[in-house]
Design a protein around this ligand. Structure first.
Ligand code: NAD
Length: 480
């Protein structure tokens, strides 16, 4: 059922805001009267309102998820897979609506909203339909029968940067595993999460298996993370909040998966195709206006080719015209945060070779940041260490491979990275020494089946593929 809330006003049109929470298979009015404005980052106009959920909404949703758990956990994996397959097909059918929604609430340029924000989560949903159908949920080990059982009720808390992908990367494996879910999406991008709930409903997911509570992080998010009826908290977002959620989960001896920040290195080895490495590297950083946790925000080039790399980066960056190929960042706070980092980079001795902290020419409206390239950045400075989450890349010079590895591994993060080299075996050897969860060799393509997640402070656990499914399973053995 994709109805409106009883007594609630919905925004109609291509992009829809529902004034309701999706709990126990229906849209119902929120417990409190608070609302959150959803703002288009391009126009700065309010495009809708969603409920500011409270602890009461979270409690109702968790109870619904608990009640639905035995039935969904006992549903044969092939049937669960069939529902996920139906969800995937509906995502395909509603592709334009999904993309328009992400464009409206995140400001993503339409082509990117379709090709990445829509098609990537659709592929991930399809991958979990296939994995659920083929996975070995029970096996014989010697005189034991070993079962993979769902962990239980999952509390999923997601950020705004890839608003549907982050939701699907949690909901799809959780549902495939037989878990039930309560989702608290980011307050900036709740509309595509509402659309996703409507799609799950249309696909025939039983009531209570998936529930959505919109609301603020420190209110609804915290209530979900602390709820005793939640067995596993899966969080993606900032390291600061992740640390807090990890501590809360630890105190309750509760499973937790954390997908946090990154400061990934793009290591261009001597002999690599420099033009390709720089061009792909710049595209990687400026995609999604730099709001990608796995973005290669530090480009490492050998001293002999450093000046050439800087020139190539400046040329590549010029193609990212704000308002065209480069969208805005999500909100005014994020824009000021990113501009603050750019100013700090200059204060700490970095040399701006493209962009800067000022608003792009003639753009008074919209949360735009100029695509910014820094050269001569010392590895210990703030912009070389902290996640900026905006269209900013730093180019650093290394003397030899040992120096490159020291710089690459010299942050608290370890989420992703890239290595480019003429000799693939040497590039692989370098990548194996990087303290990071995922490395693309010579521009390797995104693989929805590859495990994704962090070393060090980039997080705990893995998403996507069979490793992603395993996060939502616990093991039982019976001896005979
Ligand atoms: P955030 O961590 O505050 O928010 C992420 C999610 O957590 C949102 O749904 C939010 O409502 C919720 N949340 C916030 N406080 C909470 C709390 N106390 N308890 C439970 N849930 C809570 O991230 P943000 O403010 O949206 O962004 C800040 C920075 O985080 C960004 O600039 C960026 O550096 C980083 N970030 C990283 C990722 C990533 O994918 N790694 C994604 C988004 C943001």
């Amino acid at each position: 059922m994709d109805g409106t809330a009883e007594g609630g006003q919905d925004t109609q049109g291509a992009v829809r805001a529902r004034d309701a929470q999706y709990i126990d298979g229906r849209w119902r009015p929120a417990a409190g009267g608070g609302r959150i404005d959803v703002v288009d980052p391009v126009t700065e106009k309010v495009i809708g309102q969603v409920p500011a959920g409270t602890a009461e909404d979270v409690d109702t949703a968790v109870r619904a998820a608990r009640a639905a758990l035995p039935g969904w956990a006992a549903t044969p994996p092939a049937e669960r897979a069939a529902v996920l397959g139906a969800v995937r097909d509906l995502m395909v059918a509603r592709r334009a609506e999904i993309a328009a929604t992400v464009t409206a609430e995140l400001g993503a340029p339409p082509a990117f909203a379709t090709a990445v924000h829509t098609d990537m989560p659709t592929a991930v949903m399809g991958s979990f339909a296939a994995i659920a159908a083929a996975y070995t949920f029970e096996e014989q080990v010697g005189n034991s029968r070993v079962f993979q059982e769902p962990v239980g009720v999952v509390g999923a808390i997601t950020p705004w940067n890839y608003p549907l992908h982050q939701v699907v990367a949690k909901a799809a494996p959780a549902l495939a595993a037989g878990c039930t879910v309560v989702l608290k999406p980011a307050e900036d991008t709740p509309l595509v999460a509402q659309l996703f709930a409507a799609i799950l409903d249309e696909a025939g997911l039983p009531a209570g298996v998936f529930n959505l509570v919109t609301g603020l992080g420190p209110v609804a998010g915290q209530a979900l993370a602390e709820h005793p009826g939640v067995d596993l908290v899966s969080f993606t977002g900032s390291t600061a909040v992740g640390r807090q959620i990890g501590a809360t989960a630890g105190a309750a001896v509760k499973r937790v998966a954390l997908e946090l920040g990154g400061k990934s290195a793009n290591v261009i080895l001597p002999g690599a195709d420099l033009a390709r490495a720089v061009n792909v590297g710049i595209a990687n950083v400026f995609a999604n206006s730099g709001q990608t946790c796995s973005a290669w925000t530090r480009m490492l080039v050998d001293a002999a080719r450093y000046d050439e790399a800087v020139e190539l980066a400046v040329t590549a960056a010029a193609k990212y015209v704000p308002g065209e190929r480069l969208g805005p960042v999500v909100n005014a706070k994020q824009r000021e945060r990113v501009r603050g980092y750019i100013r700090r980079g200059v204060a700490e001795g970095g040399r701006i070779v493209a962009g800067g902290p000022e608003a792009p020419d003639g753009m008074d409206t919209g949360y735009f940041v100029r695509p910014t390239v820094f050269a001569d950045v010392a590895p210990g400075t703030t912009i070389a260490q902290e996640e900026i989450f905006g269209p900013v890349v730093v180019l650093m010079k290394y003397e030899d491979e040992a120096d490159a590895l020291r710089i690459a591994n010299g942050t608290v993060y370890g989420l992703a990275g890239a290595v480019w080299g003429a000799d693939e075996a040497a590039a692989v050897a370098f990548a194996r020494r990087m303290d990071t969860g995922q490395v693309d060799i010579n521009g390797g393509r995104f693989n929805p089946l590859a495990p994704f997640g962090g070393y060090k402070q980039s997080g705990v656990g893995r998403e996507l593929g069979v490793h992603g499914l395993a996060e939502y399973l616990q093991t039982k053995s019976l001896q005979f």
